[in-house]
Ligand binder design. Structure first.
Ligand SMILES: [Zn+2]
Length: 173
């Protein structure tokens, strides 16, 4: 193991932790990251760059997330093209959630403080929902949200897929 060009990962125990971390990073997954190891919700649409999932939350029935496939933490970790591609998907999901659920407001949010794997929340809000006008992570204002008309996953999936296909005709999203 005198070869200085040997891959870091085979260089021995001394650097195992960092090398493993680097190897996992290069492989596109980070151990212990729940958005690398699980979808993060019911998958409605996905391509090689990102996925749209629906979050199971009875108070917020159209709550979706747009999750970048590879493990990056910040918008500025993406190329310029990737940033606009991601936001196009976020805005498409926003349009669909608006048209299907008719909320009073949409909340878009990207935090990643707990799971630093880039994702956007698209959350329909109603004036009578559980937290309004607080963010949904704020203090509850009511016991629960009123029941809304159920919308099956396949309907959301179909509408999101159709809009993205239409939007992306001829070029990337
Ligand atoms: Zn991750």
């Amino acid at each position: 193991m005198d070869n200085q060009n040997a891959p870091i990962a085979s260089a021995g125990n001394a650097v195992t932790g960092e090398a493993e971390r680097l190897g996992l990073y290069l492989a596109g997954e980070v151990e212990g990251c729940e958005l690398c190891s699980s979808p993060g919700g019911e998958i409605l649409w996905e391509d090689d760059f990102c996925r749209v999932v629906r979050v199971a939350d009875a108070d917020y029935p159209g709550f979706c997330r747009v999750i970048v496939r590879r493990h990056v933490a910040e918008m500025t970790d993406l190329s310029t093209d990737e940033r606009s591609r991601l936001m196009s998907v976020v805005f498409t999901v926003e349009q669909v959630v608006r048209s299907v659920f008719l909320p009073d407001k949409i909340n878009l949010a990207s935090f990643g403080n707990v799971v630093p794997h880039l994702h956007w929340h698209v959350i329909p809000r109603w004036r009578d929902d559980r937290h309004f006008p607080q963010p949904i992570w704020g203090s509850a204002q009511r016991v629960s949200s009123p029941a809304r008309a159920p919308v099956p996953n396949f309907r959301l999936a179909t509408e999101i897929g159709a809009r993205i296909a239409q939007y992306g005709k001829g070029e990337s999203i």
